[in-house]
Design a protein around this ligand. Structure first.
Ligand SMILES: [Zn+2]
Length: 274
């Protein structure tokens, strides 16, 4: 029984580290606090531990992680402070998945500011970026988001009446609801699946598609955003699905196909700096 308990602790530590990078360490600290205090407190043990974990986790995320991340050359993207640039889903920040190099932060802040000038009230929504520490530590499931140089950004959408929407995507997490190839467009997802790359459209099977019919892909604002990204000096590569590159008439050799070993990019834009 004791071995099983230890095994569960180890699995949780590994899982929290994989999802948040610092969660595993916070879990160990919370266990030590719990063990040292448990005899003095008459509370449900599991509830008490959850309370300790939550307090320590937010204490670390808000006060300890940002200054240490600076020494790794990474900064957090704005959470509430920038009116033009915000996370699509606040959980990206709660899980510490919003850290980038200062050059990339500058790049996307500049794009967001220019977008709001061209399209008033537009808010650029970011998705997964990188963890705060260590080059080579991947932000799963994005293997390449491991050096502070990568950032995923949500597409723009309109409602059925043609009103511009902000911080809204057909998927709650920003991934997994696709702007599919139309009849006659090059179909890279089908091509990759035919070659045996089963993982290419895998999110389709897990992400609920409930908002899909209420939102229309806003190709004007999405195209403008990509064009502004291309004008930023630090921009190295942009990944989107080939049929969208053609549909939006984007011609620039910095816009590349990410290859069949990756996953689909017709639900978000991947931006990376040099
Ligand atoms: Zn990406």
């Amino acid at each position: 029984m004791k071995i099983l308990k230890i095994l569960i602790h180890i699995i949780l530590i590994l899982l929290l580290t994989a999802i948040t990078q610092v969660g595993g360490v916070v879990y160990i600290i919370s266990l030590v606090i719990k063990i040292s205090l448990i005899k003095k407190i008459r509370l449900n043990r599991k509830l008490f531990f959850c309370g300790i974990f939550t307090v320590v986790y937010f204490f670390f995320s808000i006060l300890i992680v940002p200054p240490i991340a600076k020494s790794y050359g990474r900064e957090a993207l704005p959470v509430f402070s920038n009116k033009n640039l915000k996370p699509l889903n606040i959980m990206t920040c709660v899980l510490n998945r919003h850290y980038v190099r200062p050059e990339l932060k500058q790049n996307i802040k500049s794009v967001a500011k220019k977008m709001s000038k061209k399209y008033p009230n537009t808010i650029l929504s970011y998705l997964d970026a990188n963890f705060p520490f260590y080059n080579g530590f991947p932000l799963l499931p994005h293997l390449s988001h491991n050096d502070g140089k990568k950032l995923d950004v949500a597409f723009f959408y309109k409602n059925k009446l043609g009103d511009e929407l902000n911080r809204k995507a057909p998927s709650f997490m920003g991934y997994g609801v696709f702007e599919e190839p139309k009849h006659g467009e090059y179909n890279a997802p089908k091509n990759c699946e035919n070659k045996g790359f089963w993982q290419y459209s895998i999110l389709d099977k897990f992400v609920p598609q409930w908002n899909k019919d209420d939102m229309v892909f806003d190709s004007n604002r999405t195209k403008s955003m990509i064009q502004l990204m291309l004008k930023e000096k630090s921009t190295g590569k942009i990944f989107i699905e080939p049929h969208l590159k053609t549909r939006m008439n984007l011609q620039n050799n910095k816009i590349r196909f990410h290859g069949c070993r990756a996953v689909r990019h017709d639900d978000h834009v991947h931006l990376q700096i040099n």
